[in-house]
Design a binder for this molecule. Structure first.
Ligand code: MIC
Ligand code: SF4
Length: 638
């Protein structure tokens, strides 16, 4: 078996490990962050279970930290008290970004982790099976239920050779994205192997597994080897380490070879992480903002690479440089070793250890200017500026460009490889992680006025006659469906309020139109719903009355979220998509019967008098969920 198969087989509770079949796996650990966590804990609470049934559950606060009103602080109080009551560890605001802290302090080879954030596969760097999912799936995992998914294909990416000067792990994953695109990983786990991985440290591996989310992959994973052991020793967690390697005769569904010697500094152009080219191809373009941080490139080593390039230099007068350390551990260590002083002397603006600019929580770039970010996503408008021009690159390219004021190949400044070796000992201080209460019965859960109960839906209609309320193109992201940013993100625990922003950046009239027609249908292209795990991208449309999404294909997490909230995802062929008008009246005469009895759903275009077929592709269990009007109803029914 390969590493992914070993992880799945040791947790398999239902199904057979044949690609495409539905399987269920037991979940050892869960993580949530604040922007998805409030809803996940409201859902968990509704299940009426006294304590989480996982080996470990952690609640992080890292997204909603800009407290420009009472909302975020309300949510933080709610999260802290609910964690204390139900047996969940609570990582306080300021302690760091969930994926970075989880890797450092809680990850464990051989275990499974389900997180209500799409970049949960970050922990695949230490040989965990780490998967991103909607909050409701995570709530069920906390209740001890297994996680259901389609058995993925396992793709082996073999790395050979070593980095040339100026090249780093970010350039490897950008190269993978260039080859596979943002939909190339759907239904797959990417497993890394080969001589080239031996020298990659755990934080470097995490950069690669983190951005597997941008491929649409179910997860990404590295074996657990000597590098992993060194990381656990340095984190004073040797006891949490076990080795995990593929068998010598392990088989894979597909093979990809990458010669690391040949990789050059790479960059993703606006506004998709797969619009990748060499930095050389776009060098010289003036840059006005450089942001170093986010869960993909904010480790101690990432920050020190930037510090060593910026040491003794000044940033260009036209550039604003921000640094957001991934964790308090990384922040403290660059403070203690002088790296922070080098960054500040060069002119950096130092932010909190949070997601910050990555999710548009401040630092939105100026109009029509280039912002260069070490982040993982550059979807349109995600920075908070509409029409933004966000490029994604490594900390090396970012630091070099901050100095010159234009996109710069770091090899022009860095002649020798900068290798920040793994510290022999990280500074360990878990005082910002609060253990659950020993007297949970005494804990009173605090709920501010921003916390509203989540909406529920009735069973699926027998038949449906409704309107297409929006027709969109390919690769629609969850940032398009349910935007984030400093203004909207604080409404994550208030579905009635946040629903006013559904598709607001694509079509500001969407909310009013959907309301007026009592809901309706959204028509999408290929890879509909890529990106985030936010279940709000299904919950809020459900609240507005959206019943069906017709699309050419779906992204994994979003499809699950639609099913979880009783919205029917149906796939249609290209010609059907083409012939349906953006305001067509559609009729589904036998909707619930066909969901129950067939794999095909028939519908009519009332205006054109045409009949079409679509596929639901749902498993038996998923059919039941949709028929019940969503996962909570289904679970309650059982
Ligand atoms: C993101 O990077 O888009 C987020 C914000 O972390 C999301 C989660 C969310 O929307 O709260 C994700 O990646 O799942
Ligand atoms: Fe936070 Fe950005 Fe990572 Fe999402 S991708 S968890 S917003 S740092």
């Amino acid at each position: 078996m390969n590493v992914a198969q070993k992880l799945i087989s040791s947790h398999l509770v239902s199904g057979t490990m044949k690609a495409g079949e539905e399987i269920a796996i037991s979940i050892d650990q869960t993580l949530t962050q604040d922007a998805t966590g409030t809803m996940a804990y409201l859902e968990f609470e509704a299940m009426g279970i006294p304590k989480v049934r996982t080996k470990l559950s952690v609640s992080y606060v890292d997204h909603n930290t800009l407290q420009s009103g009472f909302e975020n602080a309300d949510d933080h109080r709610f999260l802290q008290t609910i964690a204390a009551k139900y047996g969940i560890y609570f990582s306080r605001p300021g302690n760091g970004i969930c994926h970075q802290v989880h890797l450092e302090r809680f990850s464990s080879p051989g275990q499974t982790l389900l997180g209500s954030d799409s970049h949960t596969p970050n922990a695949g760097a230490v040989g965990m099976l780490a998967i991103g999912a909607g909050g409701l799936n995570v709530a069920l995992a906390m209740a001890g239920e297994p996680f259901w998914m389609v058995m993925p294909e396992i793709v082996r990416v073999t790395l050979t050779g070593a980095f040339q000067a100026g090249v780093s792990a970010k350039d490897i994953i950008l190269e993978v994205l260039r080859r596979m695109t943002v939909k190339g990983g759907v239904g797959r786990i990417i497993e890394y192997s080969g001589d080239g991985i031996k020298k990659l440290t755990v934080p470097e591996r995490a950069t690669i597994t983190n951005m597997g989310a941008e491929l649409g992959a179910t997860s990404s994973v590295f074996p657990s080897d000597e590098q992993t052991l060194a990381f656990f020793k340095a984190q004073e967690r040797e006891g949490d380490w076990t080795g995990l390697k593929p068998d010598a005769d392990a088989e894979y569904d597909e093979d990809i070879l990458i010669n690391v010697d040949e990789i050059e500094p790479m960059i993703a152009a606006p506004s998709s992480p797969d619009k990748v080219s060499r930095v050389r191809d776009v060098e010289g373009m003036p840059v006005r903002q450089v942001c170093i941080g986010s869960c993909v490139n904010s480790s101690f080593a990432d920050l020190m690479v930037a510090a060593s390039i910026l040491k003794g230099r000044r940033i260009h007068p036209d550039v604003s440089l921000t640094i957001s350390p991934g964790s308090r551990q990384a922040f403290r260590m660059i403070t203690e070793n002088g790296g922070l002083a080098d960054l500040i002397s060069a002119g950096a603006r130092v932010l909190e250890c949070t997601c910050g600019p990555c999710i548009g929580m401040g630092q939105s770039p100026a109009t029509d200017t280039v912002t260069l970010r070490t982040f993982n996503r550059n979807f349109p408008g995600r920075s908070g500026t509409s029409g933004d021009r966000a490029y994604l690159c490594s900390p090396l390219t970012a630091a070099a460009s901050a100095i010159t004021g234009k996109i710069t190949d770091p090899r022009d400044l860095v002649k020798e490889p900068i290798k920040i070796s793994l510290p022999e000992k990280y500074t360990v201080d878990d005082s910002m992680i609060i253990a659950p209460s020993k007297a949970p019965e005494k804990i009173v859960i605090e709920r501010g006025p921003n916390i509203k109960p989540f909406p529920v839906k009735g069973a699926l209609e027998e038949s449906l006659k409704t309107k297409v309320v929006l027709k969109v193109g390919d690769n629609i992201t969850t940032d398009d469906i349910m935007p984030a940013g400093a203004k909207i993100l604080p409404l994550r625990s208030n579905i009635p309020a946040i629903s006013e922003y559904v598709f607001s950046k694509v079509d500001p009239a969407f909310h009013t139109r959907a309301r007026a027609s009592g809901g309706g249908i959204v028509l999408g292209g290929v890879n509909y719903g890529q990106g985030s795990s936010r279940e709000h991208a299904a919950l809020a449309p459900m609240y507005l009355g959206i019943k069906v999404v017709l699309a050419k294909s779906f992204a994994r997490i979003h499809k699950d979220n639609l099913i979880n909230f009783g919205i029917l995802p149906l796939t249609v062929e290209e010609d059907v998509y083409d012939s349906i008008d953006p305001d067509a009246d559609l009729e589904f005469p036998d909707l619930s019967k066909e969901v129950r009895e067939s794999s095909k759903i028939t519908f009519m275009d009332v205006g054109k008098g045409k009949t079409y077929t679509s596929e639901h592709g749902l498993t038996g269990r998923q059919r039941e969920i949709v028929l019940a009007g969503g996962l909570l109803n289904y679970v309650r029914g059982k």
